[in-house]
Ligand binder design. Sequence first.
Ligand SMILES: Cc1cc2nc3c(=O)[nH]c(=O)nc-3n(C[C@H](O)[C@H](O)[C@H](O)COP(=O)(O)OP(=O)(O)OC[C@H]3O[C@@H](n4cnc5c(N)ncnc54)[C@H](O)[C@@H]3O)c2cc1C
Ligand SMILES: NC(=O)c1ccc[n+]([C@@H]2O[C@H](COP(=O)([O-])OP(=O)(O)OC[C@H]3O[C@@H](n4cnc5c(N)ncnc54)[C@H](OP(=O)(O)O)[C@@H]3O)[C@@H](O)[C@H]2O)c1
Length: 301
Amino acid sequence: MPDSPTFPAVQMGLVRPKAPVVGRGISNELCLKGKSASFIKHTVIDVSDTPLAGNFRAGQSFGVLAPGVDDAGRPHKVRLYSIACPSWGEDGEAQVLSTTPKRVIDEFVPQSDADDPADHSLFLGVCSNYLCDLKAGDPVALTGPQGKRFLLPHDPDIHNYLFIATGTGIAPFRGMIMELLMRPSGPSGARIDLVMGAPYATDLLYDPLFVELADEYPNFNYHTALSREGDAVYVSDLITRNMDYFCPLLADPGTLIYVCGIEGMERGLFKALVEQDLAEGYLKNHNGTAKPTARCLLEVY
Ligand SMILES: Cc1cc2nc3c(=O)[nH]c(=O)nc-3n(C[C@H](O)[C@H](O)[C@H](O)COP(=O)(O)OP(=O)(O)OC[C@H]3O[C@@H](n4cnc5c(N)ncnc54)[C@H](O)[C@@H]3O)c2cc1C
Ligand SMILES: NC(=O)c1ccc[n+]([C@@H]2O[C@H](COP(=O)([O-])OP(=O)(O)OC[C@H]3O[C@@H](n4cnc5c(N)ncnc54)[C@H](OP(=O)(O)O)[C@@H]3O)[C@@H](O)[C@H]2O)c1
């Protein structure tokens, strides 16, 4: 097995924010396992007759321009959303894509000295709520695709995979895992492990799909790390506590690690790799700081 993966060339920035294209909402359903304090949708958008059609890859993202203007009276800036489907789209022909928006809903928290410290009014994120409200047939201004690094490798069958997600960071992995297991040429025989982190079991995303895939494909293993119930673990704790299970996968020079979700989640993983003497190949020392190699792909925001 190679120790340095190569990645395919992809299209980038075909549609710019100055000249967005119009997609159409197709469906917009909650994708949480149960009743949750969060609202997270599986949003499906028709991009046929736009340059996005046929030109996106699992792991890339696309931009959404919410209508209206910001507090300064300027049009809203583009927000990025991960593509949650395989490269052949939701329709098999790459004319329809999907994503996993989470409504940003909170009490206002002062962000600068100019903000009133006593203001705790309802705070609603602009674009996440716009996208979660999108109905079938609604137009939506789109840009992209974006991202050229967080992709499946050029030759996917010569690698094994550890996918680690927190929350909506699962979006790209839904697409990648479907692409590995449900491709028209037949399923990859690669070992594929998904570790999904969520506060409660009810917050798990796309859970029925992953349970079904784990039942059907013996090479796909689905693990959940719940941070506020049961043993209360983060994704890295789950891996550390089950090292006998994960060690052969991590020690394999063909394994690739993908991490997506909350900024900072990678630190627990890096610590575990170093402590278990498994960092070689995944991390390199850069001026005293651990930096991921091409075998450890990060998308954390
Ligand atoms: C590559 C990439 C992929 C992404 N993929 C996804 C995805 O698949 N799903 C997803 O849901 N998101 C995703 N995001 C995040 C997404 O781009 C948006 O940032 C997110 O949806 C919030 O946008 P918004 O317009 O709703 O919020 P905004 O209106 O932009 O509000 C959020 C901003 O307001 C401020 N703020 C936050 N909370 C408060 C508060 N309580 N009081 C006052 N101010 C506050 C912060 O500065 C914050 O940046 C991704 C981001 C990147 C970079
Ligand atoms: N392509 C991308 O770059 C991309 C795509 C999609 C999403 N995202 C980003 O991913 C984030 C997902 O947020 P969310 O609101 O969906 O998640 P969330 O529900 O708030 O959190 C998911 C889980 O992660 C846990 N967690 C918190 N800090 C952690 C840490 N340091 N290490 C490990 N686990 C940790 C949480 O635990 P507790 O809350 O109990 O502490 C919770 O169990 C957002 O910031 C979003 O912008 C990025």
